[in-house]
Design a binder for this molecule. Structure first.
Ligand code: 6PG
Length: 250
């Protein structure tokens, strides 16, 4: 399977992305709770998903059954302006009654190798029924202009990890912030029941075109990290704003 244009759901603007992502989150939680009594979601960082999280605070989500994880984190304290946890806390967690034990924060303040080990143990405990791989009900992901997703950057050794669930990613080149990161690995992302990318901004139009309509040279250079997120048995959806589709559909 490779990235297909059929995975794309065009959205008029960032607000439509947020509305559709929030509605999808609600649907997934309802079906997961009905089938398994709980719902596990890995949240995206960056700026795009903030509005989705703000809208979620106003929806009738059964928060007591929802378990929130992060797809990646910057290795900074949770109250640091670059913290992905901190962004979700402001946009959502401060506004809903989610039991603290349902929040699985990546410990960005810990020494990174210890943080990766600790988070892996958290994941193994939560997904103990399926020790081979954590099967998130939903994973939200963003897209960088260089084709990265989570904190899996082009050329990163973390892209080759097949056994590890959480990678420590040294990040010294743009895009900022230039801090060490923690990231779920591709095997974990691809074990999810559903993966949804949220992409807005004209600045993402070149990489969206490259992902879905690569030239022969680009294809020969190998798949960008975001193109390697192809859930083995899960559903893949790309919610992409019109401005970010301008080069693909011109
Ligand atoms: C991070 C994110 C990262 C983000 C993309 C897009 O920690 O930075 O996980 O993968 O999703 O860089 O970021 P924007 O949504 O801000 O464009």
């Amino acid at each position: 399977m490779s990235l297909a244009i059929s995975f794309i759901r065009p959205c008029a603007d960032p607000e439509e992305i947020a509305r559709r992502a929030a509605a999808l989150f609600l649907d997934v939680t309802r079906s997961a709770v009905k089938q398994r009594g709980r719902c596990s979601v890995a949240l995206a960082g960056g700026s795009t998903p903030r509005r989705t999280y703000e809208l979620l605070a106003g929806l009738p989500v059964a928060w007591e059954r929802v378990h929130l994880f992060w797809g990646d984190e910057r290795c900074v304290p949770p109250d640091h302006p670059d913290s992905n946890f901190g962004m979700v806390q402001q946009a959502l967690l401060e506004r809903v009654r989610l039991p603290p034990e349902n929040i699985y924060r990546m410990p960005g303040e810990m020494p990174p190798p210890q943080a990766a080990k600790s988070y892996t143990q958290e994941l193994r405990r939560f997904f103990r029924a399926n020790p081979s791989l954590p099967g998130f009900d939903l994973v939200f992901l963003g897209l960088g202009e260089d084709g990265h997703t989570a904190s899996l950057f082009p050329g990163s050794p973390a892209l080759q990890l097949q056994e590890a669930w959480v990678a420590v990613v040294e990040h010294e080149q743009p895009p900022p912030p230039l801090v060490t990161r923690l990231s779920l690995t591709l095997p974990v992302l691809n074990a999810a029941r559903q993966v949804v990318f949220l992409v807005n901004g004209a600045n993402k139009a070149p990489v969206v075109r490259r992902l879905f309509a690569p030239t022969s040279e680009e294809a020969a250079a190998g798949p960008l990290p975001a193109a390697q997120v192809l859930p083995a048995a899960g559903k893949l959806t790309w919610l992409v704003e019109a401005a970010a589709l301008a080069e693909l559909f011109r």
